[in-house]
Write a protein that binds this ligand. Structure first.
Ligand code: VGL
Length: 211
């Protein structure tokens, strides 16, 4: 068995450290749980949202957010978040630097792209980021997924990995935080139904690995 740990968008822009971006309640509390899952893995992979000022999703006010957009690769409005060179782009303190990961994906760099999952650059899931290929080239059998936010990028990444049919996918809930409680529950139930193993704590992750 070869294990990869996936750290999805564990960036300050998704935490209360950056209240003007997309603060996820408790988003800054996930580092110990992410480090614990990384310690169980043969390969550590990560992703970062990486958006520019010209991003199509961009709105300026809170109440303009979460509105549907009719564009092939940007389906929702958000306030600006995770711009390279700003605090919001940085990984949470205590995590490895991107160069210390075995594989790393910067996503949403082009103004018209706002993907959620770390596996594809486009919403139609045609243009691979190379993450799935990296895992397969290295004979990874099991992936442990954590990060931000549970109900957006984490859920989408877990679903994309599960949909390959090539990996046992474990969602480590303690290493995630989400935006909307209803959305989190819905996504976790749907992932469970699709075969993703839901592990509440690191001990549950260890049990799933031993099963
Ligand atoms: C995310 C909303 C918008 C995420 C990114 O990382 O979950 N959510 N952009």
């Amino acid at each position: 068995m070869k294990i990869a740990s996936v750290n999805v968008d564990p960036q300050k822009g998704f935490t209360p450290l950056c209240p003007d971006e997309l603060p996820v309640p408790g988003g800054d509390e996930i580092v110990p749980a992410l480090l614990a899952q990384n310690a169980l893995a043969d390969f550590i992979v990560g992703s970062s949202d990486s958006h520019c000022d010209a991003a199509l999703f961009r709105v300026e006010k809170d109440d303009e957010q979460f509105q549907p957009l009719d564009h092939p690769n940007t389906d929702c409005t958000f306030k600006m978040h995770c711009k390279p060179g700003t605090k919001g782009f940085e990984l949470l303190d205590g995590l490895p630097a991107p160069t210390e990961y075995d594989f790393f994906v910067w996503k949403g760099v082009a103004p018209d792209l706002h993907p959620y999952g770390a596996c594809y650059h486009d919403l139609a899931e045609k243009l691979s980021t190379g993450l799935i290929e990296y895992l397969r080239c290295n004979d990874v059998t099991t992936v442990i997924v954590g990060g931000l936010a549970t109900d957006f990028c984490v859920a989408t990444t877990a679903r994309q990995l599960q949909n390959t049919g090539r990996f046992t996918v474990i969602l480590h809930v303690d290493a995630c935080r989400g935006i909307a409680p209803d959305g989190i529950d819905t996504q976790i139930q749907s992932l469970k139904q699709s075969g993703v193993v839901i592990a509440a704590t690191i001990d549950d992750v260890k049990k799933a690995l031993a099963a």
